[in-house]
Design a binder for this molecule. Structure first.
Ligand code: DGL
Length: 263
């Protein structure tokens, strides 16, 4: 196989990284993709750094064995805890995702920005480094989204339990006058309608999905790895748990195929 036709490998602790896959698919529809949803081990957010590194190694090796030409770590928790290790130890380009806290801090008018992310992301050295570069005049309200990933993985995006948790996490940000809320977990874009119901208009809710897709495109171009074939792309999703929620997320993408994997 011509190396440009090799797939983009993408992994996440679960189905949330499909929010990144959708951005990549929209920007690069000719690219073949392989997505690994490690749902059996979700959530990563409560695990130790070493556990997150070990799972990221396993996911990376799976994708390399499937012939990936680049790997997208479509998980803030895995990026902030493991991407440095992966980049040092594997000879393949990695693209990661980090919470869009920098752009939010540059755009806020109230000077207060909220961030909803996993405990693993908020406690990571990389996140700490990013926030240490933000002006002292900006107040950052950090909130762990405990329980949200589990509900999304179980297809309970619109449940009363979800509404209860989101109100508990978002209302204090509104009371403290946040005008930007950063979604620092790739599962959370699936909660956008529910979050907007709580915030009402006038609050910007941002994530890094589009920026990641652009970065994938840049790196592929720089490395002469862009697939210019006009054949319809192949998009394979591997999941190691019940696939019904993933099927629902991908129902409009006719050229996607989901396989259960004992992984
Ligand atoms: N999608 C992952 C992220 O972006 C979820 C982490 C988890 O499994 O807790 O952080």
């Amino acid at each position: 196989m011509n190396s440009t036709q090799k797939p983009i490998g993408i992994f996440d602790s679960g189905i949330g990284g499909t929010s990144i896959w959708k951005e990549i698919y929209q920007l690069l529809p000719n690219e073949n993709t392989i997505y690994l949803s490690d749902s059996k081990n979700a959530p990563y957010g409560q695990k130790s750094t070493q556990e997150i590194i070990d799972l990221s190694i396993k996911n990376t090796e799976f994708l390399i064995n499937k012939g990936a030409k680049i790997i997208v770590v479509a998980c803030n928790t895995a990026t902030t805890n493991a991407i440095q290790y992966l980049r040092t130890n594997y000879d393949i380009p990695f693209i990661g995702i980090e919470p869009a806290i920098k752009p939010a801090s540059l755009k806020t008018k109230t000077g207060t920005v909220g961030i909803l992310a996993t405990k693993g992301t908020l406690n990571s050295a990389l996140f700490e480094k990013t926030t240490s570069n933000i002006s002292d005049e900006i107040t950052i309200i950090e909130q762990v989204g405990e329980g949200l990933v589990e509900l999304i993985e179980n297809g309970k995006m619109e449940s009363d339990e979800m509404t209860f948790l989101l109100e508990k996490y978002i209302n204090p940000m509104l009371e403290k006058k946040c005008d930007y809320i950063v979604l620092g977990c790739t599962h959370y874009p699936y909660l956008l309608p529910q979050i907007q119901k709580i915030t009402g208009d006038g609050i910007q809710i941002i994530d890094s999905g589009e920026a990641v897709a652009k970065q994938v495109k840049n790196v592929l171009s720089l490395q002469n790895l862009v697939n210019n074939s006009t054949n319809q792309s192949s998009n394979i999703f591997y999941i190691n748990k019940d696939k019904s929620v993933l099927e629902n997320i991908l129902k409009d993408y006719k050229n996607s195929k989901i396989d259960y994997l004992d992984f």
